[in-house]
Design a binder for this molecule. Structure first.
Ligand code: ZN
Length: 64
């Protein structure tokens, strides 16, 4: 599983998401940025920042 914690990008935000692949994590994170942090225009830089902060979680594949 891939994990993105918004707090790594927006200090203090507790939101996080998990998905099987990076594309889905990015999609959800962008949605969250728009809805919660009011980022109307998601710039390429934002997507790159999200990608750079995605972590790999070992051992949770089977539970998904
Ligand atoms: Zn957030």
């Amino acid at each position: 599983m891939r994990l993105f914690e918004c707090g790594t990008l927006v200090p203090g935000c507790e939101w996080h998401t998990r998905a099987q692949d990076d594309a889905e994590v990015v999609r959800r994170a962008v949605e969250h940025m728009r809805g919660t942090h009011g980022e109307e225009m998601i710039r390429q830089g934002t997507v790159e920042k999200i990608k750079a902060r995605i972590q790999h979680e070992n051992g949770v594949e089977a539970a998904a």
